[in-house]
Design a protein around this ligand. Structure first.
Ligand SMILES: NC(=O)c1ccc[n+]([C@@H]2O[C@H](COP(=O)([O-])OP(=O)(O)OC[C@H]3O[C@@H](n4cnc5c(N)ncnc54)[C@H](OP(=O)(O)O)[C@@H]3O)[C@@H](O)[C@H]2O)c1
Length: 242
C-alpha cells in the first residue's frame, strides 16, 4: 500500500515509516522540514494524493492553550486534502484517557483531534498510547530544581516509542477500526516512583518529593489501561533505560 506519514520525521513517525517499509509498503515521510505544512496547508494535497492511507503523527509545538488551535487547523486541512485525494483510511495517535482530563489544554486538544477525525467522512483509526518512556525525562524536568524533583503519585504505565510505532504501523496497514485501539507498556508505576527509578539509574542524587499538586500529571487520575484484556507492549522501563 501507499502510505503517507505526516509528521514522518518525528520520534514516532520516523519509526512508523521504517516499520511500514520493512513490511513492504511504500511509506513516504512528510513534515514541515520536507515542505509539507499541516497549518498553512502547503504541500498537503500533493503529499496525500494517491495514498491509500494517511497516518498523522504531527505534534503541536506547545502543550498550552495554543494546542487546540493546532489540532483544529491541522485536522481541517488534512481531512480536506485526504477527501480530495481519495484516501481510504486516516490514522492518528492520541493519548489513553484523553477525554477524562478536560482540565489540561493539551488533552482537550487531543480529544478535539479525535472528534474531528471521527466526525469526518473518511474511515479512520485512533491509536491511544500511554506516556512514552522517552517523554519521562521531560516530565521530570518540569518540576525540578537543583536538589529536588516534585512529582505526584499518579499511576503511569509508560510505553517505549518503538512499541508505539509498531502498533501504529500495524493499525495503518490493517482495515480501518472506525474506533480506538488502546496500547500501554507492561508495568504500572506511580510517577514519583518512576522518577526515583530514573534518577537512580542516571546516578542523579536529587531527591524525589511526592507532591500531589506538582506538574501536569497532578490532574491526571491515571495514565493506565484498566482493561484486563488490553494488549500490552513488551518493553519494560528498566530494560529501556539500560
Ligand atoms: N508524548 C507522549 O507520551 C504521547 C503519548 C500519546 C500520544 N502522543 C502523540 O504522539 C504524536 C507524535 O508525537 P512525537 O513525539 O512523535 O512528535 P515529535 O517527535 O515532536 O514529531 C512531530 C512531527 O510533527 C511534524 N510537524 C510539526 N508541526 C508541523 C506542521 N505544521 N506541519 C507538518 N509537520 C509538522 C514535525 O516535523 P518537523 O520535524 O519537520 O518540524 C515532526 O515530524 C503526537 O500527536 C502526540 O500527541 C504522545
Amino acid at each position: 500500500m501507499k502510505i503517507a506519514v505526516i509528521g514522518g520525521t518525528g520520534l514516532i513517525g520516523s519509526q512508523v515509516v521504517k516499520n511500514l517499509a520493512a513490511a513492504g509498503h511504500e511509506a513516504v515521510p512528510h513534515s514541515k522540514s520536507t515542505g509539507v505544512d499541516v497549518i498553512s496547508g502547503q504541500g498537503l494535497d500533493e503529499a496525500v494524493a494517491g495514498a491509500d492511507v494517511v497516518v498523522n503523527l504531527t505534534n503541536s509545538p506547545t502543550f498550552d492553550e495554543a494546542s487546540p488551535a493546532f489540532f483544529q487547523t491541522s485536522m481541517d486541512n488534512l481531512l480536506a486534502a485526504a477527501r480530495k485525494g481519495g484516501v481510504g483510511h486516516v490514522v492518528i495517535l492520541s493519548i489513553v484517557g484523553t477525554d477524562q482530563v478536560p482540565e489540561l489544554d493539551y488533552y482537550r486538544a487531543k480529544t478535539l483531534q479525535e472528534n474531528l477525525l471521527a466526525a469526518g467522512a473518511i474511515p479512520y483509526s485512533i491509536v491511544r498510547a500511554t506516556q512514552f518512556m522517552d517523554f519521562i525525562d521531560a516530565v521530570l524536568s518540569w518540576t525540578a530544581d537543583a536538589d529536588t524533583v516534585r512529582l505526584p503519585a499518579t499511576p503511569i504505565q509508560p510505553i517505549a516509542s518503538k512499541d508505539v510505532a509498531a502498533a501504529v504501523a500495524e493499525v495503518a496497514a490493517g482495515a480501518p477500526l472506525n474506533g480506538i485501539r488502546n496500547i500501554a507498556g507492561p508495568e504500572i508505576f506511580t510517577l514519583d516512583e518512576l522518577g526515583r527509578i530514573t534518577l537512580s539509574h542516571k546516578g542523579d542524587h536529587r531527591t524525589v518529593v511526592t507532591d500531589p499538586s506538582a506538574g501536569m500529571f497532578a490532574v491526571v487520575k491515571g495514565d493506565v489501561l484498566t482493561d484486563k484484556d488490553a494488549h500490552l507492549a513488551p518493553t519494560r522501563y528498566t530494560d529501556w533505560l539500560s
